[in-house]
Design a protein around this ligand. Sequence first.
Ligand code: SAH
Length: 463
Amino acid sequence: MLLTISADISGADMGYLLHKNPTRLHSFELPFGKAHVFYPELGATHSEAALLLDVDPVGLVRRRSHGAESGLHQYVNDRPYAASSFLSVAMSQVFGTAMGGRSKERQELADRPLQFDALITALPCRGGAGLLNQLFEPLGYEVEAKHYPLDECFPEWGAGPYHTVRIKNRLRLQDLLTHIYVLVPVLDSEKHYWVGDDEVEKLLRKGEGWLATHPERETIIARYLRFDRKLTRSALARLTEEETADPEAEQIGYAKEESSIEGPLKLWEQRIGAILSGLRASGAKTVLDLGCGEGKLLKALLEDRSFQRIVGLDVSWRMLEIAARRLHLEHVPPAQKARIELIHGSLMYKDNRLNGFDAATVAEVIEHLDPARLAAFERVLFEHARPRTVLITTPNGEYNSLFPSLPAGRFRHKDHRFEWTRSEFQLWANRNADRFGYKVRFLPIGIQDPVAGPPTQMGVFER
Ligand code: SAH
């Protein structure tokens, strides 16, 4: 069976990403046969790598290391040519570093989503070709599959389970490899090797960041664990446990508390008003809302046709789901829908999806970031995404003593890492403006107190 991966990067870059020197053939002995890595194409701007797996069915029987099949089936089966869990095992042995997201020489490239095109032959899709689409499409893949007849000499026998599958997506190599690693055995779904408790671990680890929210997660888990009821139940329980144990639910509670403190001032409305007028004044047509939360600002942006492209990013899936509901994304007309996109991501990591926007808004977000991690955020925003205009709002800590319901010394939101005074915020903002070539000015939001200043402060950065 053959897996090829191609992208618009040089052969040298592909070699660094996969940790395999592109100028030679690499062969590996595995418990069930041999794996070979080679590069069918090594261009300056486009390259392709291949993993060829040569399963030795006789060796398998002799070693009896992978399931004790008996009778003829142990000699006559599709294991030597079908993409199966053997491919996953080979991938983890041969591309382990790349699957872990590491590249000694090209870390920046490993961290970046690239347009990949992967071809898998021959992939058995037991459960129908529809399953192929249901598994890959929610992860953003474009899927093409060529279906083969069971036997070309006997068309009346109909189609067999095998497909040549091409999947295309813009993502990190690490994600491409992990998706294939998990989903190929799910599609194959052969009871072939023994599945132990550590398979649950492996699945949860490899599924991190995508499995919990995949609409077919139950099918994926059950088939990956070969329908072992006990393991499937435990994997599902752990997946949902990890989901509910995450701090997001708490965050929503804290956010409610914060709005009850700030509520009487209708601060969020004033914030949105100030941000909208800042954006309109800048002439921005494309806007990023970083840490968009429940999408209140996105909704206001969508109502103004001068904003042609609006992207909301948040680290919390739950918040993005709330935002999608608030924006009625399922029901809005296509022209409207084309203007808006919600993306899952973290402000701690460089992300090419954030490039090329006229403006970015970061409303009530920086105070949620650990001071030690603020430096990463500064570079992600001002150095890499680099929009012409950046609007940042954050509470003015000096104002806190004026909130009747806020005990002295407490922050407005339990997750806030700091609530800066005006001079602290201005010091931070001026330092970043100087460092990254922006000019910054400051505007108050909300009714100002003569001593404590406004409840919220905004920095308007322009370059
Ligand atoms: N901008 C919204 C929400 C503010 S609450 C508003 O004004 O109402 C802060 C938001 O930042 C939360 O939704 C939280 O999930 C998000 N957030 C926190 N850390 C983040 C990170 N590292 N990357 C992206 N979003 C983050």
